[in-house]
Design a protein around this ligand. Structure first.
Ligand SMILES: Cc1cc2nc3c(=O)[nH]c(=O)nc-3n(C[C@H](O)[C@H](O)[C@H](O)COP(=O)(O)OP(=O)(O)OC[C@H]3O[C@@H](n4cnc5c(N)ncnc54)[C@H](O)[C@@H]3O)c2cc1C
Length: 463
C-alpha cells in the first residue's frame, strides 16, 4: 500500500479545500492551502451591510445530512450553532405570497392543499409512470407525472433556489435524488415520505432541517483554519501542476507553479488536492489527468448576484422567505428574511431587518449586466411588490458570484464517475468540491473528506 503523503498542497480555500486540509493535517500531513483570493471561504463569505456582518454567500447548512454537523463537531463548534426560528417558506406568485403546501423538493404530497394554496390554478392530475433506467431531466420526470404547472410553479423555483438552473436541463439523479426516490407515483411517494418523516420526528427528538454557526455560515472558514493545523497562503494563484519524475523513494511527486506571472514560484509536495471550481480544475489537470480535465471543462456554471438589504421601519412578514417562479418574469428569484430566520442576525439587526434577495439563473447573463445601483433598484421593487412594504433602505449591498453554481446536466453522475476513474489512476492526486456530487455544503464537505481519506489510503476517515 502507498504510504500516506508527508506533504500535501490543497489548491482552493473554499469549504472543500479547508475540510480536506483539516482532515489531512489531523492525520499528520504537512498541509498548505493555496487560495487565489485574499481570503479563505470561497462561497462562504460575509460583508458588512448596515454595519452588520452578514452572509453574502451560503447562509444555511442542511442538518439532515451528517457531514456538515460532523465537521462542526470536529472543530469544536457544535455548541455554537443555531437552527432557523422559522422554516415556513412561501411561493410568490399570482400577486401574493402563498405558503408552500407540503412537498418533497417541490413534489406536492397533497393535491387539494396545493390547489388551496393558489400556487396552481387547477389541481394537477397525477399520472403515475414507471421510473426510467436512464437519467432524465427533473422537469421531464415531474411533468410526465404531474403536468407542467407543477414544474413551473414549484420545481423550477426550488431548483432555481439551490442550483440557479433550469429543471429542463438539470439531471434528476444528480440534483433531485429525493424526487427519484419517490418512485413513479409521485404524489403517493411524497405523502409517504412526509408521513415517515413526521413519524420519525415523533419517536425521537425533533430534528431541525437546517443550521448555521452563530454569527453566520461565513464564519465557518476562519473557524476551520483556527481549529486545524495547516498553513494557508491567500492571494496565491496556482497556475500549473506537473508530475515530477520519481528519483528516489520519498522524493516529492508534484510541482506546483504558483504566484503572479512576474514572480513565479514553485512548490514541491508529495500529494495534491484540487479543490477549485471546474474551470480552474480543468486547466490545472489538463496535463496530468486529461480525461478528467476534458470532462470538467464541459461543466457549465450559473452566475448569480445577492442583493442584501438592511431595512428600517417595520418589516411585517412572517416566515423564512419566498421563492419566485421564473414564469412570472420577476427579477428576483427569491428572498430570505435573514433576521427573521436567525437569532444572531436578529440580535445584530435590533430594530432593523436584514433581507437577502437573489438574482440570476443559468443563461440569464443580461440581467446581471445591470450595474449595482440598478440591481438594488430592481430587487427592491420586486421585494416591495412581494411583501407590501420594504423600507426605508438603510443600506444595500451587491455581491456578484460569477460562475457561482455548477449546472449538473442530465448524465452528470456518469461524467463524475469518469472523472473519478481518471483521477484514481494518478497516484497522489485527488479532487473535491461543488463540481462533483452536490453543491450543498454537506455534500461538498463529503467530497473533501473522501478525497482526504483516499490520499491517506483509507476508504473513509473512520476506517
Ligand atoms: C450565492 C450562493 C448561495 C449559496 N447558498 C448556499 C446555502 O445556503 N447552503 C448550502 O449548502 N450551499 C449554498 N451554496 C452552495 C455552496 O456554498 C457551494 O457549493 C460551496 O461553498 C462550494 O465550495 P467549494 O469549496 O467547492 O468551492 P468554492 O467555494 O468555489 O471554493 C473554491 C476556491 O478555489 C479558489 N481557486 C480557484 N482557482 C484557484 C487557483 N488556480 N489557485 C488557487 N485557488 C483557486 C477560489 O478562489 C475559491 O476560494 C450557495 C452558493 C452560492 C453561489
Amino acid at each position: 500500500m502507498t504510504p500516506a503523503p508527508r506533504t500535501v498542497a490543497v489548491i482552493g480555500g473554499g469549504i472543500a479545500g479547508l475540510t480536506a486540509a483539516y482532515d489531512l493535517a489531523a492525520a499528520g500531513c504537512e498541509v498548505t492551502v493555496l487560495e487565489t483570493s485574499d481570503r479563505v471561504g470561497g462561497k462562504l463569505r460575509q460583508a458588512e451591510v448596515g454595519g452588520i456582518a452578514v452572509d453574502v454567500g451560503a447562509e444555511s447548512i442542511l442538518a439532515r445530512r451528517a457531514e456538515g454537523l460532523d465537521l462542526v463537531r470536529d472543530i469544536g463548534l457544535i455548541d455554537a450553532i443555531e437552527h432557523p426560528s422559522t422554516a415556513s417558506a412561501s411561493i410568490w406568485t399570482r400577486d401574493a405570497l402563498r405558503p408552500m403546501p407540503p412537498t418533497v423538493m417541490g413534489v406536492p404530497a397533497d393535491l387539494q392543499a396545493l390547489l388551496a394554496s393558489g400556487i396552481v390554478t387547477e389541481a394537477p392530475e397525477s399520472a403515475p409512470a414507471a421510473v426510467p433506467d436512464e437519467d432524465v431531466s427533473v422537469a421531464s420526470f415531474v411533468e410526465q407525472r404531474l403536468g407542467r404547472e407543477v414544474v413551473d410553479r414549484l420545481i423550477e423555483p426550488l431548483l432555481g433556489g439551490v442550483y440557479a438552473g433550469h429543471s429542463d436541463r438539470l439531471s434528476l439523479r444528480a440534483t433531485a435524488p429525493q424526487v427519484l426516490a419517490l418512485g413513479g407515483d409521485l404524489v403517493s411517494g411524497a405523502a409517504r415520505s412526509l408521513a415517515e418523516r413526521a413519524q420519525a420526528q415523533q419517536s425521537s427528538q425533533p430534528s431541525p432541517v437546517f443550521f448555521a454557526p452563530t454569527g453566520g455560515v461565513g464564519t465557518l472558514p476562519d473557524a476551520i483554519v483556527a481549529a486545524g493545523d495547516f498553513a494557508v497562503r491567500t492571494s496565491t494563484t496556482v497556475r500549473g501542476l506537473d508530475r515530477l519524475p520519481a528519483h528516489e523513494p520519498g522524493s516529492p511527486r508534484w510541482r506546483l507553479t504558483i504566484g503572479p506571472t512576474t514572480a513565479i514560484e514553485h512548490l514541491e509536495v508529495d500529494a495534491v488536492v484540487v479543490a477549485t471550481p471546474a474551470p480552474a480544475a480543468a486547466r490545472l489537470l489538463s496535463d496530468v489527468a486529461p480525461r478528467a480535465a476534458f470532462a470538467l471543462a464541459a461543466v457549465e456554471y450559473a452566475s448569480v448576484a445577492l442583493v442584501t438589504f438592511c431595512l428600517g421601519g417595520e418589516f411585517r412578514t412572517t416566515g423564512s422567505g419566498f421563492l419566485a417562479p421564473p414564469v412570472d418574469g420577476t427579477v428576483i428569484k427569491g428572498a430570505s428574511f435573514s433576521s427573521s430566520k436567525w437569532q444572531w442576525s436578529r440580535d445584530a439587526a435590533s430594530d432593523r431587518a436584514i433581507v437577502r434577495t437573489s438574482i440570476g439563473r443559468a443563461g440569464e447573463t443580461l440581467l446581471l449586466q445591470n450595474d449595482d445601483e440598478n440591481l438594488v433598484r430592481l430587487a427592491l421593487a420586486d421585494l416591495t411588490a412581494a411583501v407590501g412594504q420594504a423600507g426605508p433602505v438603510i443600506d444595500a449591498h451587491v455581491h456578484r458570484w460569477g460562475g457561482g453554481l455548477p449546472q449538473y446536466e442530465v448524465g452528470h453522475l456518469d461524467v463524475v464517475d469518469e472523472i473519478d476513474a481518471d483521477i484514481a489512476s494518478v497516484e497522489g492526486l485527488e479532487v473535491c468540491g461543488a463540481a462533483y456530487r452536490g453543491v450543498g455544503i454537506p455534500a461538498v464537505i463529503g467530497t473533501a473528506r473522501v478525497a482526504a481519506a483516499r490520499l491517506l489510503g483509507r476508504e473513509t476517515l473512520g476506517s
